[in-house]
Design a protein. Structure first.
Lengths: 328, 293
């Protein structure tokens, strides 16, 4: 009976896995820093920083002006929709004043922008991912007014929807039973009915105006959220790519084994069976899957249905959630 | 299987209407006492024509109330009525109605104090006056046809859902529908004072008048038909001064409602066929409060 001898690796598989992950992190870090230094050398050459600073303030001005024009359009008759003129004017003026404050703030900061950008650009020596994160934060700061408008619009809309649903129950003579979590009938007093109906009418007729403002600002906010999400996903990608493992797979495939395969060398009667053992290398997709560095990845918190429901009701959405160690 | 004379009926042992005993009869056997406990129409009231006509007065006067309200609104929209004058008249009517309510109540035990009534009145007036500029501009951007259609639907809903059997605490849906319709109409008037006046009139006509009428019916039964006739005449007359064909239609509708529909009801009573028997749900007739203490 012929039997082949199988070489046993001296190191246990678990240590090898850990070592590989550490090597991955180290190589990713080095590549990150190399890319960051490349970015710095590109950025600081030919005085690009001051050019960037010079274009930043006009870009912020431009964005604010576009927002102003958008609000003027909303205060008119947008898309032929007829809105309640008084409420329209109130909301429009409120938001216009905020934009005015924002523009003043940007102009106040403009002498310091170049200096700030110079120091911030230096942080690229800590890695490309660091620079991308700072870019994401700078964009968030520059569009802070859009976030504010979104929160105002969403809160107003949410209050209105809540009030309308409660007053609609009063209209039919019913009430929400908090103990039993259901809708029950209720006999209201005359003054409660009167004031409830007045408020219901007012809220109902003012709903289209509020809904339109909410829609516009939510769309703007979603654009910002999408942009930030793209940046975070790319940072994640750079961090978690197992470069070392891929390099090992390409250059030395016998180090990463999925199994062994045997090839018959000589099969003659009277002599023992000679088999040659070859390493079956891991597939590239399995390399990526197995040796991914676990990072603080961000992924969407809600499913599409939950997101749509939150948008409809007017709850504030923070769709990218960070995976943290503790569970809440 | 028929009663008793069927082929599966041994005459030796009489059949008993029990389930727990095995009897020599088939399962669906019935004897001649079958359905002898059936009673037909034991609780049917025999309606008399003029009594029903008297009761329909309530529905007719409610329809006329809507017509009166519509007349008031039309006159205010055309600018023929000064809002301050209408407001004083409303106030006078409210005080008169309140006095009448108190007198008819006979100064017996009240469930609401006068202070609570005064508080309610202050709340109404303050809220309506405070919100009237907002209410005036509510339907500016809505087309006139839509506003008229909405008001018509709401007033119809008010008539349909009105609690004719127990009008004293006004039903939620009917009062709310009437107020919604009146807010829609009132927002089309030229000024904020007009809106305030219209809403006060709506409150009087739709919320306070049914309570007074109910009190009148309870205490002075003889005056109820006269009150209903008065309101119907006011409705027809008011509508007639605006639109004579409309007045004709309204009077035709009221006459049909008051005279023809009771005739139909009495006529159709003959065809009533309710069956009662021991299979009905049990009803507790006696007073069980003696078990409480």
């Amino acid at each position: 009976m012929a039997w082949a001898c199988i070489a046993v690796s001296r190191t246990a598989p678990l240590n090898f896995h850990d070592d590989l992950i550490k090597a991955n992190i180290f190589v990713s870090f080095l590549v990150d820093i190399a890319l960051g230094l490349l970015l710095i050398s590109w950025l600081y050459r030919e005085n690009r920083i001051s050019k960037l600073a010079d274009t930043l303030v006009p870009v912020a001005d431009r964005v604010a002006k576009e927002l102003q024009e958008l609000l003027e359009w909303l205060m008119g008759a947008p898309a032929g929709l007829k809105m309640n003129r008084a409420l329209d004017q109130v909301l429009g003026r409120f938001f216009l004043y905020h934009i005015h404050l924002w523009i003043s703030y940007i102009h106040l900061m403009s002498p310091f922008i170049e200096r700030i950008l110079w120091y911030v650009g230096l942080s690229g020596c800590l890695g490309l991912t660091f620079a991308l994160s700072i870019l994401s934060d700078i964009v968030a700061l520059l569009t802070f007014h859009i976030y504010c408008f979104y929160v105002y619009g969403a809160r107003l809309y949410c209050l209105k929807i809540y009030g309308l649903s409660s007053l609609w129950r009063l209209f039919r003579g019913k009430k929400w039973n908090v103990l039993r979590q259901r809708v029950d009938s209720c006999s209201y007093d005359l003054d409660q009915l009167f004031i409830g109906t007045l408020l219901f009418t007012i809220l109902l007729f003012l709903l289209p105006t509020t809904a339109l403002y909410y829609l516009v600002f939510t769309l703007l906010r979603l654009v910002m959220v999408l942009f930030q999400g793209v940046i975070h996903l790319s940072v994640d990608f750079i961090n978690s790519l197992p470069l070392f493992a891929i390099g090992l797979r390409i250059c030395r495939p016998y180090r990463l084994a999925e199994g062994v395969k045997f090839k018959v060398l000589c099969q003659e009667p009277g002599t023992p069976l000679h088999l040659m053992m070859e390493i079956n290398p891991l597939k590239c997709s399995s390399v990526l899957q197995c040796y991914r560095t676990p990072t603080y990845s961000c992924y969407p918190k809600d499913s599409w249905a939950a997101l749509c429901k939150k948008l409809f009701v007017g709850e504030l959405i923070y769709p990218w959630k960070q995976k943290t160690a503790k569970t809440d | 299987m028929g009663a008793d004379s069927g082929p599966g009926a041994p005459a030796a042992v009489p059949w008993r209407k029990v389930l727990y005993e095995r009897q020599p009869f088939p399962d669906n056997y019935v004897d001649r006492r079958f359905l002898e406990e059936l009673r037909r129409n034991i609780r049917v009231r025999q309606y008399r024509y003029w009594a029903v006509v008297r009761e329909t007065g309530l529905i007719a006067q409610q329809v006329s109330c809507v017509a009166v309200f519509f007349t008031l609104w039309s006159y205010m929209e055309q600018g023929e009525l000064v809002p301050s004058a209408v407001l004083w008249v409303c106030l006078g009517c409210a005080l008169l109605g309140y006095g009448l309510y108190e007198i008819l109540g006979g100064f017996c035990v009240r469930e609401r104090t006068r202070l609570a009534d005064l508080q309610s009145a202050t709340i109404f007036l303050a809220f309506t006056f405070g919100f009237s500029p907002v209410l005036k501009t509510l339907t500016e951007s809505v087309s006139t046809d839509t506003v008229h259609a909405m008001s018509a639907v709401m007033l119809l809903a008010h008539l349909v859902s009105f609690p004719y059997a127990q009008p004293s605490p006004p039903g939620s849906l009917s009062l709310n529908a009437a107020l919604f319709g009146s807010v829609c109409l009132a927002s089309r008037l030229p000024g904020a004072l007009h809106t305030f006046t219209m809403l006060s009139c709506a409150l009087l006509v739709f919320a306070l008048w049914p309570c007074l009428l109910h009190r009148v019916r309870e205490r002075a039964e003889w005056s109820f038909p006269w009150a209903a006739v008065l309101v119907c005449l006011a409705g027809v007359g008011g509508l007639g001064s605006l639109w004579p064909e409309g007045a004709l239609l309204l009077s035709l509708a009221l006459l049909t409602l008051t005279l023809v529909c009771p005739l139909l009801l009495v006529h159709l009573q003959r065809h009533k066929d309710n069956i009662h028997g021991p299979w009905d749900e049990a009803e507790i007739r006696e007073d069980l409060s003696r078990f409480l203490n």
